[in-house]
Write a protein that binds this ligand. Structure first.
Ligand code: PEP
Length: 235
């Protein structure tokens, strides 16, 4: 089944997250897997308000150790205690602004999987890497650090398409997804300015197994529309 995941980034504190989750649970989301990833402070309220639904709650990052002297970090064990279902790792904003390397991201993924979380591992080339013809080299390097696991999916998020309004064409996304799967045989979500009006054509690609949605996931109506596109596509 198609997976549609919402990355709320540093938006929606507990009050706004609660309002969204209460409305989301009233939507018809049959035929699609849905995950929301609020900021850490809103995880508890999201878990509480989505309890009893099929909607999963994920963190936007996770540390690899169960506990320790790692100021500012949160462990997979702690997330599990809260009832959190999964975690995103290696988002390009973590790589770009917080210096996260492929090895660090791989440790986060490994620790989270070992603790029983579902993991979305993000990869993607920058605009200049694509212009230099290095897309496959970069994707191979980024995805090779991960190991296949039933609880692991990759999100292909070309950095030039995140929050920019520029979306990969469905053909370009398909090509990158097929390449990623040739390196690591796991489902691959597409991320990068997914909106209700481009979701159908992206999700229709044979190797696009779902979407990781940033900006458009902050609005209930547009997120729900993208989820419905996900339900339509494999039905
Ligand atoms: C993201 O942050 O994962 C993302 C894909 O953002 P946007 O949809 O806003 O491009």
């Amino acid at each position: 089944m198609t997976l549609i995941a919402a990355n709320w980034k540093m938006y929606k504190g507990p009050a706004e997250a609660a309002e969204f989750c209460l409305a989301l649970r009233e939507q018809d989301l049959d035929g699609v897997n849905v995950v929301v990833a609020p900021p850490y402070v809103s995880l508890a309220v999201a878990v509480q308000l989505l309890a009893g639904t099929e909607i999963g709650v994920a963190a936007q990052n996770v540390h690899w150790e169960p506990e320790g002297a790692y100021t500012g970090e949160i462990s997979a064990t702690m997330l599990r205690e809260l009832g959190v279902y999964g975690a995103i790792v290696g988002h390009s904003e973590r790589r770009q602004y917080f210096g996260e390397t492929d090895e660090l991201v791989a440790s986060r993924a490994r620790g989270a999987l070992e603790a029983g979380l579902f993991v979305i591992g993000c990869v993607g080339e920058t605009e200049s890497e694509r212009a230099q013809g290095k897309t496959e080299e970069v994707l191979r390097r980024q995805v090779s650090v991960f190991e296949p696991d039933d609880n692991f999916v990759v999100a292909y998020e070309p950095v030039w398409a995140i929050g920019t309004g520029k979306t990969a064409t469905p053909e370009l996304a398909q090509e990158a997804h097929a390449f990623l799967k040739s390196v690591l045989d796991v489902p691959v979500l597409y991320g990068g300015s997914v909106k209700p009006d481009n979701a159908d054509s992206l999700l229709a690609q044979p190797d696009v197994d779902g979407a990781l949605v940033g900006g458009a996931s902050l609005d209930l109506e547009s997120f729900t529309e993208i989820c419905r596109a996900g339900a339509r596509i494999r039905s």
